[in-house]
Design a protein around this ligand. Structure first.
Ligand code: NAI
Length: 247
């Protein structure tokens, strides 16, 4: 068991990469706090994890609101008494060309993807500093490394997540907290539902491994970074993209 008895908060756990992560971490012995804005799917997932023998709770959260993020940490402490790992996985996109992008689409994506990571990181770090140990894993994207047409808001948020990751890796390491990021490539979740088949084929073709990512591909990267195997890894951005962005 690679994360035996560790208390792991996963934001955006109700679907996609977050749900795959919750299942894999539960199998590896973690106590799961599945945090999501979607109560129905989140509670269904937690039920499934419990039926499989895991300790798990669902906490409804809107990561974009600081008070909600703070409550998430409080609920975790009430249930499990500590926070070993925070995986800032929740994220959304509202794509559009620069000149057509509304202020609302800009604000929403920045609020969830960037401020959400700040909110949860800030309140988890307070707890982890008191503990003298902890791990924070943030989720960026290939788009956060190289940009992408039609994704000004998403790209800015994901570049920002890398900034937070590197800053916290410096600021929190002396307090026993490691901070890293994972940069998924195109991964088959609901987030890809709106991408036309023609584009998916082109992405596959451009990827040296000739396939799209599965949610589990990203979950296993989170697992490595969360585990003690990564105890000397800090401030890294681990790409999980089949080699899409090489060169
Ligand atoms: P998804 O859409 O399948 O799941 C996202 C989850 O986040 C959902 O359960 C949703 O309810 C939750 N969520 C949305 N807004 C929230 C909020 N304000 N507070 C709390 N929870 C909220 O997405 P997916 O694909 O699993 O993405 C997970 C992460 O991976 C995101 O940060 C995304 O940007 C990133 N990513 C995904 C890629 C992909 O191709 N699927 C590629 C690169 C990065």
């Amino acid at each position: 068991m690679r994360v035996q008895d560790k208390v792991v908060i996963i934001t955006g756990a109700a679907n996609g990469i977050g749900a795959a992560t919750a299942r894999i971490f539960a199998r590896e012995g973690a106590k799961i706090v599945a945090a999501d804005i979607n109560r129905q799917d989140g509670e269904r997932l937690v039920q499934e994890l419990r039926e499989g023998g895991a300790e798990a709770i669902f906490v409804e959260v809107n990561v974009a609101e600081e008070a909600s993020a703070q409550r998430l940490m409080e609920r975790t402490l009430e249930a499990f008494g500590r926070i070993d790992v925070l995986i800032n996985n929740a994220g959304i996109h509202r794509d559009g060309w620069l000149v057509k992008m509304s202020e609302e689409a800009w604000d929403l994506v920045i609020d969830v993807n960037l401020k959400g990571v700040f909110n949860c990181g800030k309140h988890a770090a307070k707890v982890m500093m008191d503990q003298g140990r902890g791990v924070i894993i943030n989720t960026t994207s290939v788009v956060g490394l190289y940009g992408n047409m039609g994704q000004s808001n998403y790209a800015a948020s994901k570049f920002g997540v890398i900034g937070l990751t590197k800053t916290w890796a410096k600021e929190l390491a002396p307090r026993g907290i490691r901070v890293n990021a994972v940069a998924p490539g195109y991964t088959m979740t609901a987030m890809m539902d709106t991408v036309p088949e023609k584009i998916l084929s082109a992405i596959k073709e451009k990827t040296p491994l000739k396939r799209l990512g599965e949610p589990e591909d990203v979950a296993y990267a989170y697992l490595y970074l969360a585990s003690d195997e990564a105890s000397y890894v800090n401030g890294a951005v681990l790409s999980v993209d089949g080699g899409f962005v090489i060169g």
